[in-house]
Design a protein around this ligand. Structure first.
Ligand code: 5GP
Ligand code: MN
Length: 340
């Protein structure tokens, strides 16, 4: 965060404020971690804070410190709308466009609060008085750490805050292995461990908490995987029936797409998941190197995200979505084959 941005933050936070902190729809570890950590910091400084997310988050994140204080918008609409209306400041973390908050969009559009954005996704919208956006960052949690550092408050990081930030950095960097992980990321992690984050407990809480059903669903996903070596592409499908047969719970498919990307020679991977209730196919896209799944998602699947990790949706049925996906691959053939 630069000096001008720090000055804006300092002046906004000089006196106690009513602050709402918002994460994106289908919150992940980075969203829960960054919003909870910032909320705990601002609360410790006398602000009145409340984290709100559009919908519920998966059970494997429910152990996170202060996650029980998060208000789930679609479960308490009236109370959440009142808090948003009354807020002096609204911090939006881990997203950069109101289209990422589902049914909260109207409330955010109507709010009179000053907005602070802290986010690492591409193409930020222009709604905040303080836009701290850095697409080179591997996670919003790392940015929250830099925010705290710029504000001169590193010594105020509690064990709970450190645990939250460590979790978000770990989950958004694929446990520190994606290209976005830097030496600075590791220095931040060291700072968080000094502040009390216990890495092996966090890792166990996140990665060793599968239900047997989740692993059976992974088996189905791997069986359904198709490889298109001529496009260095692999994709997975899961139908609603397959989800139902394996007692699917929110978050169960997290990380499945990475198996497709782990095949030697594959640089583009996708998972397509049927959501019968909403009549859509949700997808996660992943890539290696120069190939941008952010652009593929923006162009074809009403989505976006990062260069190597993006998400989107399709209104076609599962079969048609796959047919469409395969039909666009020739357009990217040169880019896909350019990768060594
Ligand atoms: P995931 O595939 O893990 O759901 O998401 C990968 C990345 O893409 C995340 O950073 C997420 O915020 C972003 N993303 C996922 N779904 C969407 C979407 O529908 N629209 C946009 N703009 N970004 C998305
Ligand atoms: Mn993130």
């Amino acid at each position: 965060m630069n000096k001008a941005q720090t000055a804006i933050a300092q002046s906004l936070l000089e006196t106690p404020k009513k602050i709402v902190i918002v994460g994106h729809k289908n919150p992940d570890g980075d969203a829960v971690g960054s919003t909870s950590a910032l909320s705990l910091l601002l609360k410790s400084q006398g602000h009145d804070t409340q984290v709100i997310v559009p919908n519920d988050f998966p059970d494997f994140l429910k152990w996170m410190p202060a996650s029980e204080d998060i208000l789930i918008y679609n479960q308490k609409v009236e109370r959440a709308n009142q808090l948003i209306k009354d807020a002096d400041i609204i911090c939006t973390l881990d997203f950069n466009s109101f289209t990422r908050v589902g049914s909260m969009e109207d409330a955010l559009n109507q709010a009179t609060a000053d907005y602070i954005m802290i986010d690492h996704h591409e193409s930020p919208s222009d709604y905040a008085v303080l836009t701290y956006s850095d697409t080179a960052m591997g996670s919003t949690c790392e940015m929250v750490y830099h925010f705290i550092e710029a504000m001169g408050q590193l010594e105020h990081i509690s064990e709970a805050m450190a645990t939250n930030m460590y979790t978000g950095i770990m989950t958004d960097t694929g446990s520190f292995r994606f290209a976005s992980t830097t030496a600075t990321t590791h220095r931040v992690i060291a700072g968080l461990m000094d502040a009390g984050a216990v890495h092996h407990e966090i890792h166990e809480n996140i990665y060793d908490s599968s239900s047997p059903e989740r692993l059976k669903l992974l088996g189905v996903a791997l069986k359904n995987m198709r490889i298109l070596p001529e496009y260095k592409t692999a994709y997975i499908t899961l139908s609603q029936k397959e989800l139902d047969e394996n007692q699917f719970k929110k978050g169960d498919t997290e990380g499945f797409v990475n198996y497709a990307l782990s095949i030697k020679g594959i640089i583009f991977a996708a998972i397509f998941i049927e959501h019968k209730k909403d009549n859509i196919i949700k997808m996660s896209l992943r890539s290696k190197g120069d190939f941008s799944v952010n652009l593929v998602s923006r162009e074809h699947f009403h989505g976006g995200g990062h260069h190597n990790a993006a998400g989107g949706k399709s209104d076609l049925n599962l079969t048609e979505t796959i047919r469409y996906f395969i039909s666009i691959l020739p357009r990217y053939k040169d880019q896909l084959l350019a990768h060594a």
